[in-house]
Write a protein that binds this ligand. Structure first.
Ligand SMILES: [Zn+2]
Length: 282
């Protein structure tokens, strides 16, 4: 701290230099939010993520809340380069896939590497906080809607309810809602796609242990141990809506377990392979 009485022109220069050197570089991690009261609750639920790590992740409320009032948390990490590929990284659209949210928290720790800083990231690790934090974690949101069936794919009004009734036999875990974008959580995703204009969406799920892809370019073949395999096209899914209808490709990462994290080395390998694929293809 420089006291006022010693502030000479030279001191002011020194102070300015110190201030400049302490300012975050573009893309560098912002200072951890000391408050972030949501982190204590999340740490009790997410595998391998402590409240301190949650605070370090420097997520901030997006301004939109879940049906029960939990903030949809986000972080924007912009590189110095203006034309960097824009990647929207999403986790936990299904609240009972705990590893999907935890994996995105793990990857938030890697954002200061040069490979990650070649991209402009918008990151939201838990898109269904009410499902995640329910007494027993649940796939659907607080209103019983499968958010990943609530996107406005063409013909939704006819197809989504019919698919739910006929194919899923009215499975309550796959209820698509009364109309597309009926839920605050799915509306936030849709609005973020409109505003952020990603070149790629990565959505993390579990527990099928594969990579899926919807889009107009060749799919990735392998990230870590996860191998490409299409898990199907559903009315109202994000992959169908964005990858096929809006021409913004969607990589769906399906971790092999919903409750137990992959080993750290595998978490790093998937991340590394994904960054390489993005670098080559976007
Ligand atoms: Zn899922």
């Amino acid at each position: 701290m420089i006291r006022k009485k010693t502030t000479t022109p030279r001191c002011r220069l020194l102070a300015a230099a110190l201030l400049a050197s302490s300012l975050p570089l573009a893309g560098a991690a912002p200072q951890p939010a000391q408050e972030a009261p949501w982190c204590d609750r999340l740490a009790t639920r997410l595998p391998n993520i402590s409240a301190a790590e949650c605070r370090q992740s420097a997520l901030a409320p997006s301004g939109v809340k879940s049906h029960r009032g939990f903030p949809i948390l986000e972080r924007d990490i912009a590189p110095a380069k203006a034309d960097a590929p824009r990647v929207l990284l999403l986790g936990g659209i299904h609240g009972d896939e705990l590893t999907a949210s935890a994996l995105v928290f793990e990857w938030l720790k890697q954002m200061d590497t040069p490979a990650a800083q070649a991209m402009h990231w918008k990151v939201a690790p838990l898109l269904n906080p009410d499902g995640l934090l329910a007494a027993r974690p649940q796939r659907v949101n607080a209103r019983g809607v499968d958010l990943n069936r609530n996107f406005p794919t063409p013909g939704w009004q006819q197809e989504a309810p019919r698919y739910w009734a006929k194919v899923t036999r009215s499975d309550p875990r796959r209820y698509p809602g009364k109309k597309p974008l009926s839920e605050p959580e799915s509306r936030w995703i849709n609005d973020t796609i409109e505003r952020f204009r990603p070149d790629l969406i990565v959505s993390v799920h579990a527990p099928f242990g594969v990579l899926d892809f919807d889009g107009h370019i060749d799919p990735p073949s392998k990230f870590g141990r996860l191998v490409y395999r299409s898990v199907g096209v559903y009315p109202g899914s994000l992959g169908n809506y964005s990858g096929r209808h809006k021409q913004v490709p969607v990589i769906t990462i399906e971790l092999p377990h919903a409750l137990a994290m992959p080993p750290d080395a595998e978490v790093r390998r998937i991340w590394h392979d994904m960054l390489q694929w993005i670098g080559r293809n976007l």
